[in-house]
Design a protein around this ligand. Structure first.
Ligand SMILES: Cc1ncc(COP(=O)(O)O)c(C=O)c1O
Length: 400
């Protein structure tokens, strides 16, 4: 069977691959602690589930009309952007998509041609480079210093811009590092970009999960120019614990939204109708559920980070958002005889029965990603095992 070059050259999502291997081991009866998941471990709040049930019972089972998003959902997105980010959008500036992933996918395909360049800060969410490559464009990576938790400086961003730069991907809070840009840092990057004809894909999917008093600002709200050059993407998955509902959106310039809608009309035909109605209920309803989940994530993240950074040789940015720790574990590589994060993660899974995602998938091979979207007892159990694994590795080496 001959497959397309495009399909052959595409990498499988490493995050999904690790979860799948851990799930296989669990199904075989192995007691695996999984830090692989990129999804909340909470159920979707009851009032949101009820809105979907009501929609189904009311016959909302037809194709979404229009495909680019039900008016009720687009209006709810506009209202929430005004309430949470002081951003004014009209419904025609919004497209409802099948998850935040679909929003990014459609955006890249609407904007990129072969030969174009997209600046992607490292560490990056796994899917950006592959999505960009699928369009024929080229991802250009740039990384900030470790002392700044890998955050870009304006100078670094400026030096990455070329004549061919068409887009900049800005994901804050970050998956996988859990790092968040504060308002002044966002403004400083926007100052650089506003001199250029570059579209910013602001992936703000973790914007409601901030910890330790961290402040941030929606990229598009920085200035009129930033607003005009930004596509703000978000999703129901992380904020409302709705990853299986496949709901997200992009908001931005009408001509980009229209191009994305055209692509959507020829691919998925839009996000599921009753899901969209539930998303509108989530965005417009009581936000106490969001805060309750945030508080719990904050507790777990602080605990995981304290335990990780207490392990000799492990360095880790403090998570100020999202639900991930991204430690540098390379101090143990030589002792373990492994050549990078994938071999490290594989040994950790096989020998210590702990699933983490290799940092290689996020462009940084000295790190691994641990999700703290799991219970505190599981976090402690997994960290006990990691400590023992790293301690044992040290002892093994010392005696050989
Ligand atoms: C940074 C980032 N963007 C987008 C997504 C896509 O999420 P979804 O398609 O579930 O909305 C994820 C999911 O892990 C993510 O971490």
């Amino acid at each position: 069977m001959r497959l397309s070059q495009r399909a052959e050259s595409l990498k499988e999502s490493a995050t999904l691959a690790v979860s799948a291997k851990a799930a296989r081991m669990k199904a075989e009866g192995v007691d695996v602690v999984s830090f692989g998941a990129g999804e909340p471990d909470f159920d979707t709040p009851a009032h949101i589930r009820q809105a979907a049930i009501d929609a189904l019972n009311a016959g909302q089972t037809r194709y979404p009309n229009p495909a680019s998003g039900l008016n009720v959902a687009r209006k709810a997105v506009c209202d929430s952007l005004l309430r949470d980010a002081q951003l004014t959008y009209k419904p025609e500036q919004v497209i409802i998509t099948s998850g935040g992933k679909d929003a990014a996918y459609l955006a890249f395909h609407a904007l990129l041609d072969p030969g174009d360049e997209v600046i992607i800060p490292k560490p990056y969410w796994v899917s950006y480079p592959e999505m960009v490559r699928l369009t024929g464009a080229e991802p250009m990576f740039v990384v900030g210093p470790e002392s700044r938790d890998y955050k870009l400086t304006p100078d670094l961003l400026r030096s990455a811009i070329t004549r061919r730069t068409r887009m900049f991907v800005f994901n804050s809070p970050s998956n996988p590092s859990g790092v968040t840009y504060d308002p002044d840092e966002v403004r400083a990057l926007a100052n650089v970009l506003q001199e250029h004809d570059i579209v910013v894909l602001a992936d703000e999917i973790y914007d409601r999960l901030l910890y330790g008093g961290q402040k941030t600002i929606s990229y598009a709200s920085v200035s009129a120019k930033a607003y005009a050059q930004t596509l703000t993407c978000n999703s129901a998955s992380k904020t409302y614990a709705m990853p299986g509902w496949r709901l997200g959106y992009a908001a931005g310039p009408v001509e980009i939204i229209k191009a994305m809608a055209k692509l959507q009309s020829q691919s998925t035909s839009g996000a599921a109708t009753f899901s969209q109605i539930a998303y509108a209920a989530a965005l417009g309803g009581d936000q106490a559920c969001v805060e309750a989940m945030r508080v719990e994530f904050e507790r777990r993240g602080a605990h995981m980070w304290r335990r990780l950074t207490a392990i000799p040789g492990v360095r880790c940015p403090k998570p100020t958002g999202a639900f991930y720790c991204f430690p540098n574990v390379s101090a143990a590589f030589a002792r373990l005889g492994v050549d990078g994060s994938t071999a490290f993660a594989s040994r950790l899974l096989e020998e210590a029965k702990v699933a983490v995602v290799p940092g290689e998938a996020f462009g940084m091979d000295q790190h691994v990603r641990l999700s703290f979207a799991t219970s505190l007892p599981q976090i402690d159990k997994g960290l006990d095992r990691i400590e023992a694994f790293l301690g044992k590795a040290g002892q093994q080496r010392a005696t050989t």
